[in-house]
Design a protein around this ligand. Structure first.
Ligand SMILES: C[S@@+](CC[C@H](N)C(=O)[O-])C[C@H]1O[C@@H](n2cnc3c(N)ncnc32)[C@H](O)[C@@H]1O
Length: 274
């Protein structure tokens, strides 16, 4: 514990060279954060177009699969192990009138039902944290990609600011594989299965800042929800069940931790050799 010496007290309560107004003018201005839309824009920049085939691993209800197929005119396959989500994805694809060129099937990244070298681009957004055998998952992606094919990965890593007890709660509650929270482990694994890392882009808190600045206040709302859920535990746990209660808290913490630098969302472009 630090001592409240005259020196430290002076640092906390003494005069700063800047006035409050000058300080706030310096710190409370937008740093022009990028939005989540940067991800699809990055895919556009890789040169995807209509004759090509896209694989969306961990597609959940297919919203990104559909949006990407619409935007780029490509064919697409979404896979996810949760059958209920795939049923939603299939219904959404039919409703979007895209059944001719977009499919969604139950599947896992560790065993992709696709031929060798049959995919031009892979979209892998926010799912590798859950994959127990990361090497097997990335090796499958490498197998199905055409030579020179590219994989866009959005993945959140833990930083030194994340305390051990905070990590244990969110990993256990959200089915996260601890070793996958390391960027070094991810990069070494990707290289070991035959990928080159063409680009690494630390998004950090940018999407979160964007959602505050555009008025959607996603992270502020998550912070408020945590506070209310904690104060209203007695009512909520019998209504939601303890597991769902903890998942909701952990999900909100995930957002807050991204905002304050305990978690670092990062985007990679991986390229298959050859
Ligand atoms: C956080 S959600 C992300 C969904 C979507 N990609 C997005 O960015 O909105 C993670 C998804 O990964 C899926 N998932 C988990 N383990 C998987 C695996 N081994 N193979 C493929 N998908 C998996 C989950 O079922 C879930 O739909």
């Amino acid at each position: 514990m630090s001592n409240s010496t005259d020196e430290t007290l002076a640092a906390v309560y003494g005069e700063m060279e800047l006035s409050d107004e000058e300080f706030y003018a310096l710190t409370d201005r937008s740093l022009a954060p990028r939005s989540a839309g940067m991800l699809a824009d990055k895919l556009a920049g890789l040169g995807i177009d209509a004759g090509q085939h896209l694989l969306d691993v961990g597609c959940r209800d297919g919203d990104h699969t559909i949006a990407l197929a619409r935007r780029f005119g490509c064919t697409a396959l979404g896979i996810d192990p949760v059958a209920h989500r795939i049923a939603q994805a299939q219904a959404a694809i039919a409703e979007a009138g895209l059944s001719q060129r977009v499919r969604a099937v139950v599947g896992r990244i560790e065993a992709i039902h696709a031929d060798d070298a049959s995919v031009d681009f892979i979209w892998c957004r926010d799912m590798l944290n859950h994959v127990a055998d990361l090497r097997a998952g990335l090796a499958e992606c490498q197998r199905v990609l055409c030579p020179g094919g590219q994989m866009l990965v959005y993945q959140t890593f833990s930083t030194d600011l994340l305390e051990a007890n905070e990590a244990a709660f969110i990993y256990n509650t959200m089915a996260i594989v601890p070793q996958n929270q390391s960027d070094a482990f991810f990069e070494n694994t990707a290289r070991s299965v035959g990928f080159a890392i063409a680009e690494k882009d630390a998004v950090a808190s940018e999407w979160r800042e964007f959602w505050e600045e555009d008025g959607s206040r996603k992270t502020a709302n998550q912070l408020l929800r945590i506070a209310r859920m904690r104060r209203n535990r007695e009512e909520l746990i019998p209504r939601l069940g303890e597991t769902n209660y903890n998942v909701e808290i952990a999900d909100c913490l995930w957002g807050v931790y991204q905002m304050i630098g305990k978690l670092c969302p990062t985007v990679y472009v991986l390229e298959k050799y050859g």
